[in-house]
Design a binder for this molecule. Structure first.
Ligand SMILES: [Zn+2]
Length: 314
């Protein structure tokens, strides 16, 4: 049968007094094994199959909308229209939600890679796609992607896809002063702290939202393939600027997720993109994906689950 569309890929979840909405920009069709920086494909395949995932050739792209009644904050802004027909769904899904681009007050960028930041600016016209927003990003992202010497060392594809596209995306925001850089762990908005976790890119950062006793980390690209990288956090990605530094950041963030029982919101976690992290054996971690639930508050007050109905077997 043909002609059927999936339901819109948006999902609401309350975190304290905030409504967090996952908006799935789409997916990249990659061979999962080929994008990991580890030649031991037998090990990678074993880790994937251990977790019952048989190498589906896709990596999802999520963005997260955070609304608290005052601000409308978008964490990453999708891939625009340059990554092919499987991506670029953010604008249509925002319209479905009734959120206009001019309603967005702040954009928090985890880093400047095309699947996260190419929705900032129309590359044809140089027009900002969120006219009233301020964008927040680590200073090292600006420094790196505008560094001509670093660009000269890059491959032709990296020059085009990362350096040139990144410059096109950031330039109008820099020009009118609406790009707000930070360079250390820092409360960028009330209740939202930027947490640098560099390595994947020079200024890659997570964001921690705290509201009424609950805490969520939006961890950007800390993990791309949870089935593998929690079992072996040292496995890097071919997209990493510095894989060893990225792995050290990954371990630090994973441990913090365990220690503080943070709700994880991940850009490349399977939709709807929420999980908790638990300790595993011998330096590994376990990935506990949160189940899809029917109500944004999971049908219960925080910490109080509904009383189950008694069921009879007969
Ligand atoms: Zn990414």
């Amino acid at each position: 049968m043909t002609g059927f569309e999936q339901v819109p890929a948006v999902y609401h979840r309350e975190v304290g007094d905030c409504l967090v909405t996952t908006i799935c920009d789409g997916y990249m069709a990659y061979d999962t094994l080929e994008i990991m920086r580890d030649p031991d494909h037998a090990k990678l395949r074993h880790l994937l199959e251990d977790e019952t995932r048989v190498c589906p050739p896709v990596v999802s792209i999520n963005t997260f909308l955070i609304r608290d009644g005052q601000r409308t904050v978008l964490v990453d802004c999708g891939s625009g229209d340059i990554m092919g027909p499987t991506c670029g769904r953010l604008p249509g899904l925002m319209a479905h939600l009734g959120v206009r681009p001019e309603d967005v007050t702040d954009i928090l960028l985890t880093h400047v890679h095309p699947d996260h930041s190419n929705g900032l600016t129309d590359p044809e016209t140089g027009r900002k796609l969120f006219p009233n927003a301020r964008a927040h990003v680590h200073q090292a992202e600006i420094d790196h992607w505008f560094d001509d010497a670093a660009r000269a060392r890059a491959t032709e594809r990296q020059k085009r896809v990362y350096f040139d596209a990144g410059r096109i995306q950031l330039r109008p925001w820099i020009a009118d002063g609406s790009l707000i850089p930070f360079d250390h762990e820092h409360e960028v908005l009330p209740g939202i702290t930027a947490l640098p976790s560099v390595g994947h890119t020079p200024g890659h950062s997570c964001y921690i939202l705290r509201s009424r006793g609950e805490a969520m980390i939006v961890w950007g690209d800390t993990v791309h393939v949870p089935e593998v990288q929690l079992g072996d956090p040292d496995v890097g990605m071919i997209f990493d600027t510095e894989s060893g530094v990225a792995a050290a950041s990954r371990r630090r963030i994973l441990q913090r997720c365990v220690d503080e029982d943070l709700l994880v919101a991940g850009m490349h976690i399977h939709f709807p993109g929420f999980a908790r992290i638990r300790p595993g054996y011998a330096g590994a971690y376990r990935f506990v994906q949160e189940q899809w639930f029917h109500a944004p508050n999971h049908g219960h007050q925080p910490g109080v689950w509904p009383t189950p109905r008694k069921v009879s077997a007969t």
